[in-house]
Design a protein around this ligand. Sequence first.
Ligand SMILES: Nc1nc2c(ncn2[C@@H]2O[C@H](COP(=O)(O)OP(=O)(O)O)[C@@H](O)[C@H]2O)c(=O)[nH]1
Ligand SMILES: [Mg+2]
Length: 201
Amino acid sequence: MSALFSRHCHFVAGAASLASLPDITHPEIAFAGRSNVGKSSLVNALIGQKTLAKTSQHPGHTKQLNFFLLDQKLILVDMPGYGFAKVSKAQKGEWDSLIRSYLSGRPNLKRVCLLIDARRGVMPPDEAHMTLLDEAAVTFQIVVTKTDALDEKAVSALSESLYAAIARHVAAYPEPVYTSSQTKQGIEALQEQLAPFAATF
Ligand SMILES: Nc1nc2c(ncn2[C@@H]2O[C@H](COP(=O)(O)OP(=O)(O)O)[C@@H](O)[C@H]2O)c(=O)[nH]1
Ligand SMILES: [Mg+2]
């Protein structure tokens, strides 16, 4: 495990509205993706804890942006999931505007990890979120989750569709990372990619 990610990590703030976004200047990495894609599980796997970021069997459970501070040097943001049908239009509009404002007005946001479920691949809401990130000019890294649920052959078919998505989006980082929070595949590789963003004071 990368040294940074074995350090102390704690919850600093939850924000359900623009006004409640914490005024933090540490470098920030956000984790975005469909409800149930495995965002909270991935944050927990990265910091080697089981329950800091809440995981849920119920899609749409995380209703706010949750900010965690790692070793006083790096903020990890567990974002609310998109693509969850069971919310009203008005509520969805509110979420969209919060997410849009957050992504386009956060100078310390260094990168978004955009999670894609290995079993589902890139779906229309993912495509829409990638376009949002292009528009906000925030570089995003595709992180495939739940690779334990697929055999290698299926993963290589998935990889083709990921490279196609990467080619369509200017803000996409060129290489996806393959992870499983269950087997811990790829967790160290992702830690190594993210660690250089941490503040060095
Ligand atoms: N097989 C498998 N299941 C996972 C993995 N990561 C998360 N899950 C399951 O997917 C569901 C949603 O996970 P969660 O982290 O709450 O997703 P979130 O809604 O994106 O935060 C839970 O039932 C998790 O146990 C993984 O790497 N492998
Ligand atoms: Mg969650």
